[in-house]
Design a protein around this ligand. Sequence first.
Ligand code: C5P
Length: 403
Amino acid sequence: MLNGKRILLIVSGGIAAVKVPDLIRRLRERGASVRCVLTKGGAQFVTPLTLAALSGQKIYQDLFSLTDEAEMGHIQLSRDADILLVAPATADIMAKMSAGIADDLATTALLATDKPVMIAPSMNVMMWTHPATQANLETLKSRAVEVIGPGAGDLACGEVGDGRLAEVKDIIAALSRFFQRQTSEGALARMRVLVTSGPTHEPIDPVRYISNRSSGKQGHAIAAALADLGAQVTLIAGPTTEPDPDGVKVVRVETAAQMLKATREGLPCDIAVCAAAVADWHVADASKTKIKKGGTPPRINLAPNPDILATLAQPGPQRPGLVIGFAAETGDVIEKAKLKRAAKDCDWIIANDVSPGSGTFGGDNNTVHVISAANVESWPTMKKREVAEKLAAAIAAHAAKFL
Ligand code: C5P
């Protein structure tokens, strides 16, 4: 969503300005170009040289710089962007924005712009909760300034509460959602989606467990792709090393029983995608203490796990309008998957070949067949991210007609 987007990043003077280099790096990784305006205060926390090196562009600081004005006037600077992002936004810059004060380059650009503005506030908790700041916030919101965060937690000043700059990933997610809304008006806007991903761990004792092979890559990519289309996604993730996708609510679980509980708590929803490799059994008599080795190896007594997909797909008032499962098979993939779809009563099943040598497990590629009651569509081998994007687009097309 951020590829090719031009962001005018206004860095005002708060300690959180130290997070700006990481923000610039992540934005550029996603193909955005970043031009920075640094206030006097901002330059106390991060150097122009750092920002120039990371953004690959000149840094603008002075309203009355002859060279800057000759190269790019402050009006053009404020218009030559797709969005203006103030991060961190101090109480001071919010007050100036609210009052229409333009006494430096940053505030002048903000007053002269005809582009959307987002702010990521960061300040001491008392400054944030002060009625003056809250009134300014309301004024800015009423002028369609989008506000990201702030988060709660330990503040640099030693106090605790609201006022932390939003996480870099959340700022990026907010920008992605903004551009998504602009381009497709969010094909899945207002849709509630549940995605399960990763394996489950079923304890044998506090140290050992049984599990299925699963990296969580495909399920996490699907959650991210659906969020990019504007859906409200809850990702119920078993133990994986995959990072939390941007703009997605993540509920971490360990066992199948916990995954089922979290899934039930996520209802009602419009769409469910079960991509998790849920263990088929759990240990019926799991030990509360570590089983000592030596002597006869213990017998493991297995009991079946609940089938989350089949539970979700059961007819009833809570059944999501579209329920999608996965079928990881070796050999006769399509035939086995068709039977699985019918047995579990889901609407679509995504079949993939996980035979040794297919490279599906843990790899970046996947070859899938999308199977519904009426149709089988075989997709070429693609990156898991591309499979996720194509699946999200197919879900959006279906949702537009039927949900
Ligand atoms: O039966 P099998 O495990 O092959 O089915 C795979 C599909 O069912 C996947 O979508 C998986 O997420 C889902 N499943 C589940 N709960 C289970 C077992 C599988 O949701 N206990």
